[in-house]
Design a protein around this ligand. Structure first.
Ligand SMILES: Nc1ncnc2c1ncn2[C@@H]1O[C@H](COP(=O)(O)OP(=O)(O)O)[C@@H](O)[C@H]1O
Ligand SMILES: [Mg+2]
Length: 265
């Protein structure tokens, strides 16, 4: 205990830092000066009405879209000019707002896709069948078992993804993202369309996978934000309104107005 009291704990490392991000699509300003710093290990929420710029911000933070101006640093690297696959290799994975599992493929085949999406060896490497590819296959099988257990999908391993309940498909989408064992996980409206039971299962899943990871989550379900996130950013019309603990954020006057004013929620 004594030596611990004497040691100086290092400042927490930055997982994601965005500085003054602006994104314009022709005449539309999707983001107008958004800055945020997420430290390693945080579960960080992003909320705001439809069209506020949340998905655009996600696309920029994980390198899919380039900002019109502003800087993005992920795990200490400037990713503003990196190709999306290169950013993925730094340890970033995401799920999309509209569920992207392959309905005609089995759960297990979907997990294989998650592995490929992040992996060194393409199809050619597999045909050549190098020993490192065999090692990859073993690693894949092992990781798939872990992810099936984590997501509670063991029993559904060989079922077609398309026949699974909607909430289960969304859990599978998280499982696909987890195959790469990402250091940073981006989830875009993961609980949208889930019923109460599915949402509770989903919250438990994210709690289980959060240790050792940084998670950024866009979500309309405020219960999910309150349960999971230490801090949340509110975006309205592409502007950052506030970053604070969920309980404070949800009481912010502009948040209340934005949500009451949004008739499409
Ligand atoms: N590829 C695009 N081309 C043109 N406009 C876009 C594009 N992507 C997003 N937008 C616009 O940017 C704004 C923010 O969109 P989005 O980031 O999807 O919001 P949110 O995820 O908060 O609902 C919207 O006005 C949307 O129409
Ligand atoms: Mg969106």
């Amino acid at each position: 205990m004594h030596s611990r009291a004497l040691s100086v704990s290092p400042a927490p490392a930055v997982a994601v830092r965005a500085t003054d991000i602006v994104k314009r699509y022709g005449g539309v300003t999707a983001l107008n000066g958004v800055s945020l710093t997420v430290t390693e290990g945080e579960v960080f929420g992003i909320i705001g009405p439809n069209g506020a710029g949340k998905s655009t911000l996600f696309d920029i933070l994980c390198g899919i879209t380039k900002p019109t101006s502003g800087a993005i640093e992920v795990l200490g690297r400037d990713v503003g000019h990196m190709a999306p696959h290169a950013v993925a290799r730094t340890g970033v994975a995401r799920t999309f707002q509209r569920t992207a599992v392959f309905a005609d493929a089995t759960v297990f085949e979907n997990l294989r896709y998650g592995r490929h999406a992040s992996f060194r060896h393409g199809v050619l490497g597999r045909i050549v069948g190098s020993s490192s590819c065999r090692a990859d296959e073993q690693a894949f099988q092992e990781r798939a078992r872990e992810v099936l257990a984590l997501t509670g999908l063991d029993g559904d391993r060989d079922r077609r993804a398309g026949v699974l309940a909607y909430g289960v498909q969304r859990r599978l989408a998280v499982g696909v993202a987890l195959m790469a064992d990402p250091k940073i996980l981006f989830l875009d409206e993961p609980a949208a369309g889930m019923n109460g039971r599915e949402t509770a299962d989903f919250i438990a899943l994210i709690r289980a996978v959060a240790p050792g990871r940084t998670i950024l989550i866009v979500e309309h379900d405020m219960a999910v934000i309150r349960e999971l996130c230490g801090r949340a950013l509110v975006v309205v019309d592409g502007r950052p309104v506030v970053i604070d603990e969920p309980q404070h954020v949800l009481r912010h006057p502009e948040v209340i107005t934005a949500y009451l004013g949004a008739d499409d929620e």
